[in-house]
Ligand binder design. Structure first.
Ligand SMILES: *Cc1c(COP(=O)(O)O)cnc(C)c1O
Ligand SMILES: [Zn+2]
Length: 500
């Protein structure tokens, strides 16, 4: 619909106005800083920041029903700037005017329901929310759309010069950063740092294709991150890791979409999120809390983090009783959930603060972290995809986490779950191949379950000189013979019945 086609009363609210009073807040010393400068850590104490809206209460005055109506009507409005996550502009980044918003097709990813047969295997109804259906094929695009829209705003309206964006990545951050930066070329250029050999070929190809400067660094992600932090501290660059609090704002949209797609009824809901650097789970909690404060929703869902036993510092922290918790980074082991293979998550202080606020509001049982094995991650990824899903290893981790939570009684049979399928299956296809070919190195501790293995079958029913080959097509009777012999062989293997 066009704006003119809406009722006069609604029209006034459909186009968001630039507003709000955003500021960075330090999670340790509570210092506040203006957003005109790009800050990543507190200049005073070095801690990570969150972006908060000093004027948030103005949104409360309108009431939950108002916001539900505005968001639902915007769904019908054909305006590119509001097609993506800026549908929730007032919650995401109200200071960014619509003419600075980048829209590359991110957000509004589908909730895909588990079929009856898969639900029966697992024990509760659930949906995957397919964030692999974002433009660079992972949820990272949500945060990147906001971070780069903000940079675009600084260039368009604040006289910022040419920007070099930079990030460290387990693969998907760099793919996303390079894509969004490329859209703003030549005013924005990007450089990405990857742990050598620790991202998949698909993920490596993405920033290369977007024209980024790609640097492969020895070590693991945590090592890359330190180099990027040093660069951001000493040089004029814009850091695009989730240390950048704008990313968190964008990723909150995941929570807004779940609420909207469930008609704002979140009773008996559990949301599962795989944890790596812990930016996403922080954003998801922050998003639901905002909806609750604005009375857009009346129930907070349970939030459940999932980690592999090969990279589980957040699980270990919350495993201890509250009075005994001590933060301790871990040394990671190789993991199929490679995008979450992080031993010292940058956003841990955010998790601590948001989980505390979440539990204060929704009760003790509202936030958990569970741990799963590499074997469970692989089995669950393949099993889900054999039932019509397109989940990556991290999506498999979400499903494995749901099963663990059911076993432990953390999720009850009367509840329903939404599992974050954080990236597209094809980005991590090598792990499926290793599973099918039983090629996992011993330290990965993954053995294929025979019933989940699949191989292509060669059909070659005639001597080589009677088969077609590239550049040597068959003709006439020879061609007919080949078609019939091949079809018969396939029919035999599939045990097909002949038509009467
Ligand atoms: C980045 C990423 C994660 C981990 O998210 P964090 O915000 O770092 O916790 C999980 N899955 C995929 C596919 C990712 O790209
Ligand atoms: Zn501080």
């Amino acid at each position: 619909m066009r704006l003119e086609d809406f009722a006069e009363d609604d029209r006034r609210h459909l186009i968001p106005q630039a507003g709000g009073e955003l500021e960075y807040r330090c999670l340790s010393c509570d210092a506040r800083y203006g957003i005109d400068e790009l800050l990543y850590t507190c200049p005073h104490c070095g801690q990570v920041l969150l972006i908060e809206d000093r004027a948030f209460d103005r949104l409360k005055e309108r009431g939950g029903a108002h916001w539900r109506r505005v968001f639902d009507l915007r769904r019908m409005l054909n305006l590119p700037g509001l097609k993506g996550i800026f549908r929730y502009q007032e919650l995401v980044a109200p200071v960014i005017p619509l003419d600075s918003v980048l829209y590359l097709g991110e957000g509004h990813t589908p909730l895909v329901e588990a079929t009856a047969s898969l639900r029966e295997l697992v024990g509760v109804p659930f949906h995957f929310k397919n964030d692999g259906q974002n433009p660079s094929a992972s949820f990272k695009d949500r945060g990147m759309a906001v971070a780069l829209s903000y940079i675009n705003y600084l260039i368009q309206h604040r006289g910022a010069g040419r920007v070099l964006s930079i990030c460290a990545s387990t693969g998907d951050t760099s793919a996303s950063a390079a894509l969004y930066a490329a859209y703003l070329a030549p005013r924005v250029a990007s450089a990405v740092l990857l742990p050598q050999g620790k991202v998949t070929p698909q993920q490596l190809s993405q920033p290369l294709g977007s024209g980024a400067a790609v640097f492969e660094i020895p070590g693991v992600f945590d090592d890359c991150m330190k180099v990027v932090e040093y660069l951001a501290e000493h040089y004029q660059v814009a850091l695009l890791n989730s240390k950048n609090a704008w990313r968190i704002r964008g990723q909150e949209s995941y929570a807004y979409e779940i609420a909207q797609d469930l008609d704002y009824d979140l009773q008996d809901l559990v949301v599962l999120v795989p944890i790596g650097n812990a930016g996403n789970i922080s954003a998801v909690m922050a998003g639901f809390l905002k909806l609750y404060q604005l009375e857009i929703i009346t129930h907070l869902p349970k939030i459940m983090g999932v980690q592999s036993s090969h990279a589980d510092p957040v699980f270990r922290y919350y495993q201890a009783p509250p009075e005994k918790r001590r933060w301790q980074p871990v040394t990671v082991q190789p993991s199929v959930a490679q995008a979450a293979m992080i031993g010292n998550p940058v956003s841990m202080p955010r998790v601590m603060e948001l989980a505390r606020r979440y539990e204060e509001t929704a009760g003790r049982a509202a936030f958990f972290v569970v741990q799963v094995s590499e074997q469970e991650i692989m089995d669950n990824m393949i099993q889900a995809n054999r039932h019509g899903h397109i989940v990556c290893t991290q999506g498999g981790e979400s499903l494995a986490g749901l099963r663990r939570a059911l076993e432990l009684g953390l999720v009850g049979r009367e509840e329903r779950a939404i599992l974050d399928a954080t990236a597209h299956h094809l980005k991590f296809i090598g792990f499926q191949q290793m599973y099918f070919e039983d090629r996992f190195p011993p330290e990965m501790e993954v053995r294929p379950r025979p019933e989940l293995v699949n191989h292509p079958q060669t059909v070659s029913p005639l001597p080589a000189d009677e088969l077609p080959a590239p550049g040597r097509p068959l003709q006439g009777q020879a061609f007919q013979r080949f078609v019939e012999a091949t079809a018969r062989e396939i029919a035999r293997r599939l045990e097909l019945e002949q038509r009467p």
